[in-house]
Design a protein around this ligand. Structure first.
Ligand code: UTP
Length: 408
């Protein structure tokens, strides 16, 4: 895209301020800015204008889960089926590690956070240890795909290489980078982070499969016969990855997909709940729940909308390919974004000042015909690290690791 084309595009979008410092930039910086303008998706600005008028949800109904009791009764059968699939190379794992982790306030990739007290113990290390348990049981490595973003790709790769992948066989590790999206101020004006650079941030965790395909990894999935992908978040240090029992239960259930869930600690708990929407699986966020939904109970006293998701899903590769062209909803989220003001000075806000655009993996669940809700015990499998202290924090995760016998 040349300058004239960029100007025409920005005039139409009301974003001419992006060229304010164009004449001061070097040739390379000018080219880089023009390339960013070329990539700008006008639809995102449309989404921003229409925010607040959230699309109406369909008819929501509860979805039951395979409970921990059901699982315990069938554990051997499920595990055997899962281990067989893993040994046949049909299962891959996808670590979503492209997020910015702004709430934690750590300026490196979240996985590099050291939880150790008497020896180093990094978040990445905890996850790989958990996955190694499966590798040891199955006697084979599980292909591990790691999604990064342009903000943390280099640091992540270097860190894992320096630490020899914490014992994981690097031949089974494949990195890919996710796409970025611009940030806008409350008036919908795109922010600059430098005079020649639009402020961008990772575009959410929902674009992972498209990014994996863009990185050319689909051929590998097909060649290796990887039929199922277990997608999981970087920040749950108790996460069981490629869990044979979960894999086996999902395979034997005949469902298209699976989701690990936890029973809600209390009706108001801030977790997305796995439900049915117009007969298909769907996740309703805590802030979308009506009072009636929050308090509704089954005849046995259990909450009707009881099962919260923990970002640990199993998807079928064939389904992911089929739905790769479907556009997911774009969520507009209020976050802290550093930017340069009209004088060219860098501003580092202390409170959320801008809006980012994100696609979310949870929206992929609604594209599945069926999803097995698989209940796990929260104290064994759920220790998310979102904040430095308080709820879902370094503090709470350390406590849970200790309870599970991990020496810090
Ligand atoms: P979060 O929703 O907690 O976002 O991510 P975050 O960016 O890590 O943290 P905050 O909100 O800024 O504090 C849940 C999972 O999705 C991944 C994260 O790395 C984490 O594993 N993620 C999130 C991505 O891979 N890409 C994204 O663009 C966003």
């Amino acid at each position: 895209m040349n300058y004239e084309q960029a100007k025409a595009k920005l005039e139409q979008l009301g974003q001419m301020h992006l060229l304010r410092w164009y004449d001061e930039l070097s040739d390379t910086e000018q080219d880089a800015l023009l390339a960013q303008i070329d990539e700008l998706d006008p639809e995102l600005l449309e989404v921003f204008r229409n925010r607040g008028s959230a699309a109406d949800r369909g008819h929501i109904e509860p979805l039951g889960a395979l409970t921990t009791d059901d699982i315990n009764v069938n554990r051997e059968r499920f595990e055997a089926a899962g281990l067989e699939a893993i040994r046949e190379g049909k299962v891959g794992a996808v670590l979503l590690a492209g997020g910015m982790g702004t709430r934690l306030g750590f300026d490196k990739p979240k996985g590099m956070y050291n939880l150790g007290e008497t020896h180093p113990l990094y978040i990445f290390e905890c996850l790989i240890h958990n996955l190694m348990e499966v590798v040891d049981k199955a006697g084979t490595y599980v292909p591990l795909f790691i999604m990064t973003s342009e903000k943390n790709d280099e640091d992540t790769r270097e860190f894992l290489e320096e630490n020899k992948f914490f014992g994981y066989n690097p031949e089974y590790v494949h990195f890919f980078m996710q796409a970025m999206a611009p940030a806008v101020d409350p008036d919908g004006k795109i922010l600059l982070e430098e005079k020649g650079r639009i402020a961008t941030s990772p575009n959410g965790n929902g674009g992972w499969f498209k990014s994996l395909m863009k990185a050319g990894l689909l051929g590998l999935l097909q060649r290796e016969g990887i039929e199922w992908l277990n997608v999981f978040a970087v920040d749950n240090v108790l996460q069981r990855i490629a869990d044979p029992c979960f894999v086996g239960a999902t395979l034997l259930s005949g469902c298209d997909s699976g989701s690990k869930v936890i029973a809600k600690a209390d009706p108001e708990e801030r977790v997305g709940v796995l439900c049915l929407e117009d007969g298909a699986p769907s996740i309703v966020e805590y802030y979308e729940m009506t009072e009636e939904m929050i308090s509704r109970r089954e005849p046995d006293g259990r909450l009707s909308y009881n099962y919260g998701v923990i970002l640990n899903y199993l998807f079928q590769t064939s389904q992911l390919i089929d739905m790769a062209n479907n556009r997911l909803s774009v969520h507009v989220v209020n976050k802290k974004v550093p930017y340069i003001d009209e004088t060219g000075a860098l501003v580092k806000p202390q409170t959320p000042n801008a809006y980012k655009f994100e696609e979310l993996v949870l929206d992929m669940i609604h594209m599945q015909k069926t999803c097995l809700a698989y209940e796990v015990v929260r104290s064994y499998e759920f220790a998310p690290i979102k904040n430095p202290t308080g709820v879902d924090s370094v503090e709470s995760a350390k406590e849970l690791l200790k309870q599970n016998g991990v020496v810090l």
